[in-house]
Design a protein around this ligand. Structure first.
Ligand code: ZN
Length: 234
């Protein structure tokens, strides 16, 4: 393990972590693996045939940590455009779960930056909506976190459903997601909250609010990628 990496000490909350590969997801994964043997595959970044990700596109996924001040400092591993955006979409929308490994270094870099030199940090994912989980069979940010060797604790829960966020501006999104989350058993924990992609940051702000209301010390947030115009590159 490199120096500066977050070493996540086992917490009393370990028992709250459920195995997130359900039978359906496992079968779907097995099916995808089997199909990959018979169906043509193409680079998720540029459509080059016969490779899931070509070396040029893989090179585009090398972490470029950037930060932005929201309720807390939000770190992202990559700017959300070009190859990164295509790879994230292939993972999120096309079921190409093998790409989680390619995005893992970006999330790892963002979490390491958010945690700084602290060792007692609990990484808490923004919850995946039930509808998204049913559709995909996996939780995107948790899958990438696992590939990054990060232990996560599912301590945020959906309190009520928000309407679809697409097409909403930041203020509207903020109103839309207000009080949609609640935290459990977080009192006194030092937390870095993670999400897959940060756009307006409204969801992360709500996550921070819920965690703080539960008594957590939220020291930062981290994401695989973020809309670049909003981030300050280092
Ligand atoms: Zn490519």
């Amino acid at each position: 393990m490199r120096t500066g990496d977050v070493r996540l000490t086992p917490t009393p909350h370990d028992e709250l972590m459920e195995p997130d590969l359900r039978v359906g997801a496992v079968l779907r994964g097995a099916l995808a693996d089997a199909l990959a043997l018979v169906l043509p595959v193409a680079c998720a970044g540029c459509d080059e045939p016969d490779v899931p990700l070509c070396p040029t596109c893989a090179g585009q996924l090398r972490p470029q940590p950037a930060r932005r001040a929201l309720t807390v400092t939000v770190w992202s591993g990559l700017p959300f455009h070009g190859v990164t955006a295509r790879v994230v979409r292939a993972l999120k929308e096309d079921g190409r779960t093998g790409l989680a490994r390619e995005l893992a270094p970006a999330l790892r870099a963002a979490v390491d930056a958010a945690a700084g030199d602290r060792r007692d940090v609990v990484v808490v994912p923004v919850p995946t909506s039930r509808a998204a989980f049913r559709r995909r069979g996996y939780r995107v940010v948790e899958l990438v976190a696992r590939r990054a060797g990060l232990r996560t604790a599912r301590l945020l829960l959906t309190a009520r459903r928000a309407a679809d966020q697409r097409g909403l501006g930041r203020a509207e999104r903020r109103r839309n997601v207000a009080h949609t989350l609640r935290a459990r058993a977080v009192e006194g924990l030092r937390v870095v909250v993670i999400d897959d992609v940060v756009t307006t940051g409204a969801t992360l702000d709500e996550a921070v609010r819920a965690l703080r209301e539960g008594g957590a010390d939220v020291i930062g947030a981290a994401a695989i990628a973020a809309t670049p115009s909003r981030m300050n590159r280092l």
